[in-house]
Design a binder for this molecule. Sequence first.
Ligand SMILES: [Zn+2]
Length: 289
Amino acid sequence: MPELPEVEALTAYLSERLTGRVIAEVRPVAISALKTYDPPVTALAGRTVGPVVRHGKFLDIEAGGLHLVVHLARAGWLRWKEHLPAEPPRPSTRNPLALRVRLEGPDGDGFDLTEAGTKKGLAVHLVRDAAEVPGVARLGPDPLAPDFDLARFRALLGGERRRIKGVLRDQSVLAGVGNAYSDEVLHAARMSPYKLAADLSEEETARLFEALGTTLREAVERSRGLAAGELKAEKKLGMRVHGRTGQPCPVCGDTVREVSFADSSLQYCPTCQTGGKPLADRRLSRLLK
Ligand SMILES: [Zn+2]
């Protein structure tokens, strides 16, 4: 799933290509991806694209007073096309195309929103104000916002009785951090994902805040200037523990381990993060009982 750094890079990439251009046509293909119907997405035709911005993991393309707000979810993606065919795309179960936006001009360039797999989560909204999208309205502060400082971070964690791993990826606490970057931030902070947020000492909170900013900024930096098609591979390459179960930790050489967490799994390094002790896996202990 694309998280803050990838959506940030995608926003910059699209901004360069879309702003000032006129939308010729919008074709919805996978109707299930459309979460709003008034105004219809076809109302974008003839409008000039303004700013392209990010809210957490949401992409927001403004055009003539309307906002196309997209959440790519687990398997959604955006593909830029220099030449889109003029004939309408045919919906099919094997075709991952969900929505096509073609721009005016001789080339017929534009983009496709696609979603692979059977679990559909891609969400496309067309609204007059991005805050009309419930997922956007719920978002907590953006960790890369200029006014997001240690005091604000400390206030978010105070009295929070959940495990820090779950808190970091809760979009209503912090906007844009998901399963992958929360693993990376905790590894950079040398902190157990199971630690209760409210139990963090002043020093630990400061260390985590530092790791959060550094990890995200480095990832944004790596992704900057990359084409939409290259972002997923870049995200994978930059990971130190996430998705690297069984591989050596690049910091200490210990083996990266995995435990189930909430609806997925998390990866961590025992030596760097949990004093060398493997975390108890609830999934595993249930099986053994
Ligand atoms: Zn390590």
